[in-house]
Every structure is written in structure tokens, then in C-alpha cells.
Design a protein. Structure first.
Lengths: 375, 293
């Protein structure tokens, strides 16, 4: 059982801050996914854990032991690289055995571990092949097998699926999930830029945001269970990143405050959001947010012209033109009979509305649990 | 020679159905033949002279009137030429393995480790090869004497490293930089030390580059003359280039061209053999499949 603790981790390359002030605790056996747009430092954070980079400040503990000064091999972690990084001149067997031989394990033990890994990852018959004689998916499995035979306390995955084609990616995603269940006690830390991978695999998502050169920003935008990030984004960055297609944002001002309700005015559209009014003042500029899948079509008091329709089969993306708002409001609908230029009734449900203040922080969800029309 | 025949399919102006006079094709073949003649003639002349004897040497005919191998046996009979060959082999072999081993480690440091003064040091190494041999000759002589290595093969090995190390280091640094960084990181995760990393992970991948540079280093050491002439005295310690230059007749009043040419041909053979053997290894790259794709 191994707990990973990060305390006050910062990393800068020269004068450029990459990661800032990260406090994070990863529980034993947890599947933790670092996700974020490119340049947010998620791979760097993984490499700090692996020991391939040194933090500029802060402490890393694995299993209660401070590992800052330990070389990668002594941290009890194993890493699967994005490019697999298999030794091209060695056979699959040698690739797996190489590290074990250097730890002076007896030959019988090495054979046994490799046999186990071969069974788990279905590598039968490939042991004598060279990496160049393998397909992309097979190379990926060998790279994972090389990590498994080390029997580490923590597995580190650096975008392991990004070099696979779409079908294989889904299949390997399932395999990694079942591998995590099979290995049980080992923690997994997984880096990806793909929110689907993050949502489907993670016990907990750590969403990182780029610092954009500011050394006072926070790297962790939000950490929590996948659905917590989806339903209760802590700020506008999280709200925009999680969910596909992305959340709609509309500029608004606070019109009045009630008990567990905030009334806002968005370009003449008055909407009631079921949110805590705490900290808000009447007249304050805010941003109203609603996910496309939460917009209800064909009911409610609002009317808008359909400016564009994308039919994907299972759902349709309906673009609604709001008066006075530049970007259209995107709605997801199961209906496929909506035509362009149609005038459509829509409703933004009060319990699905998000409010973000000028600094991007989300307003907490109120305690009142009544549902109803928002706008 | 082979290049001309093998390229026939690519000869310009050979499009069928065009009755134009094939000037382009004729020019192509003329240029090829001229090139082949210029590059091969000196070799042929040496080969031809080595088969001639006595007054036959003064006939310019390329084909000897009475071909004889007396020069070849004479080379080995009149002086310890076999010993000289062995010396050359020892010197060139040691120089190749030493310079490849040293430059592989240097290439890792220069290519992969960031340290202050790295660029300056690389330039310094390169500039060592810019000095003419004569410039370092006297200083090197003092060093060799101080180490007590005068008239030994060790002196030649050390001196020849001065010629080979700069380019082996530079070539291997270039190749080392092209190897994916992840391989090194994977090795770090496996917990291997620097020497294992360099010799068990990188060396097999750099094999084609090592063969090419090793071959060049071998040729440089094998043909090296000035150091070999200066740092050896006795006949038994000589390498072949010096031995050939100092081949003499008992009378001392004539130059034994036949023997000199025979010795030169003998000296060329190992190089030809090496190139033929390693040619395929140079061509067949090993690094495919290192990373994705």
C-alpha cells in the first residue's frame, strides 16, 4: 500500500514557471488522472514523481518516505512512456528482463514474473520478437508488461494511448482499467489530454491549468471525482474543459438575490439560477454557464432562431441565436427533426445553471433542492 | 566500376520511341569511364609493377611480359614484414577499440549531459585535429620519451589517438543526439548505471555509426606514417607504412620498386577486406523501431 504525497511542489524551467504550489495526496490503489490542455505541465508533474525531473521547490513522499533525492529506480515506481521507449535491439523478453537483471533477481523469479505479465497482457508467442516486428498495440502492451514485471507500488502512464488509432485506443483503455482492478493495491497515475480517457478511467481527476508565465497562479484547477468536476466545476476553466461539446458561457449581471436563488439578467433574458447568493452583490458582472446537454428544447418561455444544426445520429447539436449575444447557444438534443431558421422555444433549468464571478470562481450550488424553469 | 553498370537503368536520354541521337547517354558513359579510369589507374599500375621484375619494371606496359610473384615472397624474406604487418594490426586494432570506447563515453557526455563549457570543449577537441602533425611531433616525442615508450607500439597507439579521437567523438556525438531521450529515461527507470547505459543500450543502436567511424579510424591508423617513423627505431617495432618506405636493396644503389609495390598491394588488402565485410552492417540500420512507427 502506498500513498503519494506532494507538498508545495513547484517547477520552473529557467525563468518560466511550469507548475506552481501543488499539494496533492494520492491514496493507495487510487487511479489518479492528470489532465489538462497542452502546456499545463501534466507530463512534468508525472516526471517529477518518476524522478526524471527535480522539483524547484516542495516535497514528494511515496509511502511516507521522502523521495526527492532518490533516483528513479529506487522510488518503487514504473513508467510507461508515450513513445513506449522499448529497447529496439532487444527482444520482448530481454526488454522485460533487462531491469530485473540489473536488480540481481534470480533467473527463476524473472522468468516467473515475465510469464505472469505475458499471461495478463496476452503476449504469448511474441517474446522472441524485436519491437520493430510488433504492431503499435503490441508495443504498447510490451511497454506496460515491462512496467508490471517490476512490481512497483505506483504505475506512471504518460499519454500511453496517444499513438494508437481510435479503435485500439478504446480497447486499450478497457485493458488498462481492468489491469488496475487486477493489480488492486498499486496506485496508478495517468497523464492525458483527452477528457474521455480521464472521465472513464479515473477515480480522481486532477485538472491542471497552464500558468501562462505567471508565477503566482495555481496549477491545480480542481481535483476530485470525475462527476464532481462535471457537476460542480470550481471555476470557469474547469467548466470549459470538462464536457464535450464545451459549456455555453453568456455574460450577465446579477439582478437580485434570493434564498438559494440568484436572479441574473443576460442580455434582456432573466434567468434564475439555483445557486448560493453568498458573496454576490446586485449589479455585479458575472458569467452564466450551462452545458449543451442541459438546455431543454421545445418548452419554456424563451424563443430563439436555429442558426445551425449538426446531426450526429444519436444526438443533434442545435445552435440557437440569442439576441445581443455574439456566440450562439449550443444545445444537445435527441430530436433530429429540427431545421435551420426554425424558431424554437427553449428553457435553461435553474438547477443546471452555473455562475462564475469576474475572477472565474464558480458560485456554490445552493442547498434548496427545488427544480424549475430558470429563464 | 560496379556503380556504372548498376546505374544503367537510370541513364538519362534512354526513353524508348524517341529516335534522337543519344548524346546524353554517350556523355554519361564517357564521364563514368573517365572517372573510373582516374580512380583505378594508380592501383592497377601498382598491381602491375608488383608483378614485374628487373628490367621489366622500366617498361610502361600495364600487362607485365613475364608475371612473377617473386616480389611478394621477397618482401617477407628480406625483412620482418610479417612482424610489421602484425604491428600495424595491433596498433590499428588498439586505436580503433580505444577511440571507439573513449568517444562513445565522450559522446554520451557531450550529447546527453548538460554542463558548463560543453560547446567550448567540443570545439577544443575539434581544433586538436586541425593542427598539422608536424606541429605536435616534437612535443609528442618528449612525452613519449618521458613515458619510456620510445620505440614501442604503445607510443604509436597514443599518438594515433590524437588523429582519430576528434572525428570519432564528433560523429558519435551527432548520432547520440538523434537517439530518443526516452530510451535513456527508460534505462533510468530500470536503474542501470551510466556505463551499462552507454555500452548496453546506446552502443548496439549506434552500431552502424561505430562501424563507419571505426573503419575510418582503422584506415587512419593503418596508413599513419609520420608518427610511426619518428617514434620507432628498430625494424621489429616498425609498422607497414614505415617498413615499406625503408625497403632497400642490399647494394643500396637501386630502389626496389617491385617489392615496394608488392608490399603496398599487400597492405591494401586488409582494408579492402574490412570494407567488404562491414559494408552490409553500415547499410543495415539497427535503430528502426526504437520509438513508435
Amino acid at each position: 500500500m502506498s500513498r503519494i504525497e506532494l507538498r508545495g511542489i513547484s517547477k520552473r524551467f529557467g525563468d518560466t514557471p511550469v507548475l506552481n504550489d501543488i499539494d496533492l495526496s494520492i491514496a493507495p490503489g487510487e487511479f489518479c488522472v492528470f489532465v489538462g490542455p497542452s502546456g499545463c505541465g501534466k507530463s512534468t508533474l508525472l516526471r517529477l514523481l518518476a524522478g526524471l525531473e527535480d522539483p524547484s521547490a516542495g516535497e514528494i513522499e511515496i509511502d511516507g518516505v521522502r523521495v526527492n533525492q532518490l533516483p528513479p529506480a529506487q522510488r518503487n515506481v514504473a513508467m510507461v512512456f508515450q513513445s513506449y521507449a522499448l529497447y529496439p535491439h532487444m527482444s520482448v523478453f530481454q526488454n522485460m528482463a533487462f531491469g530485473l537483471q540489473h536488480r540481481k533477481l534470480p533467473a527463476g523469479e524473472i522468468e516467473r514474473r515475465i510469464a505472469d505479465a505475458v499471461r495478463i497482457l496476452q503476449l504469448d508467442g511474441l517474446l522472441q520478437r524485436r519491437p520493430k516486428e510488433l504492431s503499435g498495440g503490441q508495443r504498447q502492451r510490451v511497454a506496460i508488461a515491462r512496467a508490471i514485471v517490476r512490481q512497483p507500488k505506483v504505475f506512471l502512464f504518460d499519454e500511453p494511448l496517444s499513438n494508437l488509432d481510435a479503435a485500439l485506443r478504446v480497447q486499450t483503455r478497457l485493458e488498462i482499467a481492468s489491469l488496475h482492478r487486477a493489480l488492486g493495491s498499486a496506485s496508478m497515475v495517468y497523464v492525458t489530454h483527452d477528457q474521455v480517457e480521464a472521465m472513464t478511467l479515473a477515480d480522481r481527476i486532477v485538472l491542471l491549468q497552464p500558468l501562462a508565465g505567471r508565477s503566482d497562479g495555481l496549477s491545480v484547477a480542481q481535483a476530485g471525482a470525475p462527476l464532481a468536476l462535471y457537476h460542480h466545476p470550481a471555476n470557469r476553466f474547469v467548466a470549459a474543459f470538462i464536457g464535450s461539446p464545451a459549456m455555453n458561457f453568456v455574460d450577465a449581471t446579477v439582478a437580485s438575490l434570493g434564498d438559494g436563488r440568484v436572479l441574473v439578467d443576460a442580455h434582456g433574458m432573466r434567468c434564475a439560477a439555483q445557486l448560493s447568493p453568498q458573496g454576490l452583490a446586485v449589479g455585479e458582472p458575472v458569467t452564466l454557464g450551462i452545458r449543451p446537454e442541459h438546455v431543454r428544447l421545445g418548452e419554456g418561455a424563451q424563443r430563439a432562431r436555429v442558426s445551425h444544426v449538426e446531426r450526429l445520429g444519436e444526438v443533434s447539436h442545435i445552435y440557437l441565436e440569442l439576441p445581443g449575444v455574439g456566440t450562439p447557444l449550443l444545445a444537445k438534443s435527441a430530436r433530429d427533426d429540427i431545421a435551420i431558421d426554425e424558431r424554437l422555444a427553449f428553457d435553461l433549468p435553474a438547477q443546471a445553471l452555473h455562475l462564475f464571478r469576474a475572477d472565474g470562481v464558480a458560485q456554490a450550488r445552493g442547498t434548496a433542492r427545488q427544480s424549475g424553469s430558470g429563464c | 566500376m560496379k556503380a556504372g553498370a548498376g546505374s544503367r537503368a537510370f541513364a538519362p536520354g534512354a526513353a524508348p520511341g524517341q529516335p534522337r541521337f543519344p548524346w546524353g547517354r554517350i556523355g554519361y558513359w564517357a564521364a563514368s569511364l573517365l572517372f573510373i579510369f582516374v580512380s583505378v589507374f594508380p592501383l592497377l599500375y601498382a598491381l602491375s609493377s608488383s608483378l614485374k621484375q628487373g628490367s621489366g619494371l622500366f617498361s610502361p606496359a600495364l600487362w607485365p611480359e613475364a608475371p612473377t610473384f617473386a616480389n611478394y615472397s621477397g618482401v617477407f624474406a628480406d625483412q620482418p614484414f610479417a612482424q610489421n604487418l602484425l604491428n600495424s594490426l595491433l596498433v590499428a586494432g588498439s586505436v580503433v577499440s580505444l577511440s571507439l570506447g573513449l568517444s562513445l563515453m565522450a559522446a554520451w557526455a557531450f550529447g546527453r549531459v548538460e554542463f558548463r563549457g560543453r560547446g567550448l570543449l567540443l570545439i577544443l577537441i575539434l581544433s586538436a585535429s586541425m593542427l598539422p602533425q608536424v606541429a605536435v611531433l616534437s612535443g609528442m616525442f618528449e612525452l613519449v620519451r618521458a613515458f619510456g615508450m620510445y620505440d614501442t607500439l604503445g607510443a604509436l597507439i597514443i599518438a594515433d589517438l590524437l588523429l582519430t579521437l576528434p572525428f570519432t567523438v564528433w560523429v558519435l556525438v551527432t548520432f547520440m543526439r538523434q537517439l530518443p531521450k526516452e530510451l535513456e529515461e527508460a534505462a533510468a527507470m530500470d536503474g542501470v548505471g551510466v556505463l551499462t547505459l552507454v555500452f548496453r543500450v546506446f552502443m548496439p543502436l549506434l552500431w552502424p555509426a561505430m562501424v563507419a567511424t571505426g573503419l575510418l579510424a582503422f584506415i587512419a591508423a593503418w596508413n599513419e606514417f609520420l608518427f610511426a617513423l619518428t617514434f620507432t627505431l628498430s625494424t621489429e617495432a616498425r609498422t607497414v607504412p614505415v617498413a615499406i618506405a625503408l625497403i632497400s636493396t642490399p647494394s643500396g644503389f637501386e630502389l626496389p620498386w617491385g617489392k615496394i609495390m608488392a608490399a603496398s598491394v599487400i597492405v591494401t588488402l586488409p582494408l579492402v577486406a574490412l570494407v567488404v565485410v562491414f559494408q552490409r552492417r553500415i547499410v543495415s540500420g539497427l535503430s528502426a523501431g526504437a520509438v513508435k512507427g
